[in-house]
Design a protein around this ligand. Sequence first.
Ligand code: NAD
Length: 458
Amino acid sequence: MEESQIQTLFQNSKTFANTGISHSYEWRVEALKRLEKVILLYEKEIIEALRLDLGKSEFEGYVSEVGFTLSEISHTIKKLKKWMRPKKVSSPLIQFPCRSYINFEPLGTVLIIAPWNYPFNLLMAPLIGALSAGNNAILKPSEISVHTSKICEKIISDAFTPEEVIVIQGEVKETTALLELPFDHIFYTGNGSVGRIVMEKAAKNLVPVTLELGGKSPCMVLGENDLEIVGRRIAWGKFFNAGQTCVAPDYIIVEKKKKSALEEAIKNGLNSFYGKEVKSSPDYGRIINERHWNRLKHIIDESEVSYGGDGDKSQKYISPTLINADSSSASMKDEIFGPLLPIVTVENTAEAIEFINSSDKPLACYLFTKDKSVENTVVKKVSSGGLCINDSLVHLSSQTLPFGGVGESGMGRYHGRYSFETFSHQKAVMKRYQIFDILVRYPPYLGKLKIIKWLLKL
Ligand code: NAD
């Protein structure tokens, strides 16, 4: 699409935002219901598109994309009235009589840029937040997950007028043109290099950004554990969507003496999920494209593989693979984003924490332990976007927890009420009354400072 066309569409969106139509509670709920209705109508097509893009099974496609989105919509509709209520806060005594509250108001027109790994969820979930907060939006899906991006466009054009919500397909050229425009917020999900470009461009127009990025999410297995459960939960979280999950356990840190028992438990988990012939399992996904397949194959070739390591380029298949690793291994350089699981060994908890804290702050951190003192130490000493104890991925499914990164793994948060807040401006309102006036703040100031100092301390 040409730059001038993008500019026109943006202007139309801005004009609609300025009418204030999207501000009412009724419009917001109705917009969410329209979206829900069309998603239900196209459920089969969405699942099929996800299969074509990522070899996603119907179960994974439903749980992590369609079902997740529908549940976010119904949670938002249920809670929206309460979220929209002005939030009362206390007032300083010095301003008595006075009332203070926070009013949540729409930002205007927002831009949502999504990646390819959960191409439906990561476009729709921020949109739900944007609509709930009374905004209209322009959506830019990933050009890599072509089938899902196409069905997303169909859903949006069926549910909304172009001024309300529109999908703009395209690659770097189109995204760059969009980033030049003075949106009221940009919500970007993807890798950190593009995240930097987004923030730089947004800065020119002083546009606030949410950056949902990635990185290496560690998974610690320390102290006492039931390894059968641990192995299964790690294998599930790591190999879901063939490891192409931003919060997948990127690598394991385990005490040396427990390594082989843990490896066995993970292999048993894998066996029970996919059987001996993983390649023919309908439940195991595929790598998104050849470029990523080649990248992962290169890591395998550079690694000490202890299990798996097979691939078939024609099917974009890579088997679940376990790797012996340390800090200098090829598999420990960048986020893996595929079904390769490096295992690093340490002597104790302190060494594990030091290992994690010597790198960027992760998006997710996993800890498996039955030991309360290990748990307390990790909670206090490791900073990460989120922490999940004794499971993997599932913290993401909670609508009452904020989801987002810290440091290199991103800025801002969403899901449930946090999405509503992200896409709202929290306007501070103070109301005073004209009943009487305390004259101490007015000039001449002579002799009044002492009284003010006393009043400010109350
Ligand atoms: P991607 O290549 O699809 O890119 C994401 C978006 O950025 C796309 O819409 C694309 O068109 C746009 N884009 C690409 N290059 C651009 C450029 N030069 N200028 C402007 N826009 C550009 O997806 P990706 O980045 O490969 O996604 C994978 C990464 O995303 C991983 O690092 C993963 O951890 C992270 N991720 C994070 C989350 C999260 O919620 N925090 C979720 C999923 C993925």
